[in-house]
Design a protein around this ligand. Structure first.
Ligand code: ZN
Length: 370
């Protein structure tokens, strides 16, 4: 099977580095040898009306991008973010997740603003958004992102003891739903810290099972919504995979509710986010994690790897990325590789795009793999 190469592209790269010159972006991505571009759908909450604010997104921009990419035979794949939304976090108090100490997730101007995944009203609005995106953009595939219980996994390498694990969500709605699923459990007359302890001591397996069912059931609804609009549109699932960084008994599945095996039977591709540099890991960690996932599930994998060093402030060697891509393409369950992100390969300098050394090396290598 031919392996496909994808790259993530952000709105700000097109705006700031390319000043909305869509054809030039498409030309450079084609020059890199990419088969597809993944780009987040950006919601326009600020102009929205209460009740339907989740349905407005940067539609015209995405259509222009898709058209420019299509001229160069590059697939366009929108990314829809589920339980992550700064506007809803700020305005809908009941959407804010609560951790195992009873603390509300702190409001931050940083990028991560997680939403409790059990609020039905929010879930339904996102289903409408997905349908609207598929109906309007008719993409070949759609990427499902942040479809999980809140977990700032990019910070997970700082966790050393179980007391440092911040688990979500212990809001009253989540605890009521858990109690309905497991009637012998009672959360009454106790503070959240004690409730969490009680769950960990007596109901841990049932708690993890409940969380994974919440995520899998909703994921199935999302996939049904996609297929109802366009049966041939494929689904990619953005998976967290940081088991090695977590103290036992916690696992990624426990914290996020993402069960790889279960999800692989629902979506077309599992896309583990393996940003080794962000997590202060060696590239071997990526290979190991893909190998472990392949053992756990029969699904097709589309690892997302990091090519940007803007995040952690560490340098990311070009040879290291190239070795990693070559190694991953040898894994039988790996159907393609997504790279994070295109902005890492370009610099806008005196109104002239300068493609850097990493771009040229990658283009050469991807060409040689075909
Ligand atoms: Zn909750």
């Amino acid at each position: 099977m031919k392996k496909k190469f994808y790259i993530k592209l952000y709105h700000h790269t097109i705006a700031e580095d390319y000043e909305y010159n869509y054809d030039l972006v498409a030309e450079h991505i084609a020059g890199l040898g990419m088969d597809g571009v993944m780009t987040p759908v950006v919601l326009e909450h600020a102009q929205g009306q209460p009740g339907n604010e989740s349905l407005k997104f940067d539609r015209e921009h995405l259509i222009r991008l898709k058209t420019a990419l299509k001229k160069r035979a590059i697939d366009f794949i929108p990314i829809v973010q589920f339980f992550q939304d700064a506007y809803c976090f700020e305005h809908h108090i009941t959407s804010r997740p609560i951790n195992n100490q009873g603390e509300i997730y702190p409001w931050t101007t940083d990028w991560y603003n997680p939403i409790c995944p059990t609020e039905r009203g929010f879930q339904l609005r996102r289903l409408e958004l997905v349908k609207e995106v598929v109906r309007t953009l008719k993409p070949i595939a759609i990427s499902l992102d942040f479809l999980r219980f809140p977990f700032f996994w990019e910070e997970s390498f700082h966790i050393t003891t179980i007391n440092e694990v911040e688990e979500y969500c212990f809001c009253s709605r989540c605890l009521e739903q858990f109690q309905r699923a497991v009637p012998s459990f009672s959360a009454k007359e106790s503070d959240t810290h004690n409730i969490a302890e009680h769950i960990y001591n007596t109901y841990a397996d049932k708690w993890v099972e409940w969380k994974t069912r919440v995520i899998a059931d909703y994921c199935q609804e999302v996939v049904n919504a996609v297929k109802s609009e366009s049966p041939q549109t494929q689904t990619f699932f953005q998976l967290v995979a940081v088991d090695e960084m977590l103290p036992s008994p916690f696992t990624t599945e426990w914290l996020t509710g993402q069960n790889a095996q279960r999800l692989a039977s629902i979506v077309d591709f599992l896309s583990p986010m393996l940003y080794h540099n962000v997590l202060e890991q060696k590239p071997e960690w990526v290979i190991r994690t893909v190998h472990n996932l392949a053992k756990k599930t029969e699904g097709t994998l589309l690892p997302t790897i990091q090519i940007s060093d803007r995040f952690a402030g560490l340098s990311l060697k070009t040879e290291e990325i190239i070795r990693l891509i070559e190694n991953l393409t040898l894994q039988p369950q790996v159907n393609g590789i997504a790279m994070f992100h295109f902005g890492a390969l370009v610099d806008w300098l005196y109104h002239k795009v300068v493609l850097n050394e990493k771009y040229n090396a990658l283009a050469q290598m991807l060409g040689s793999l075909r």
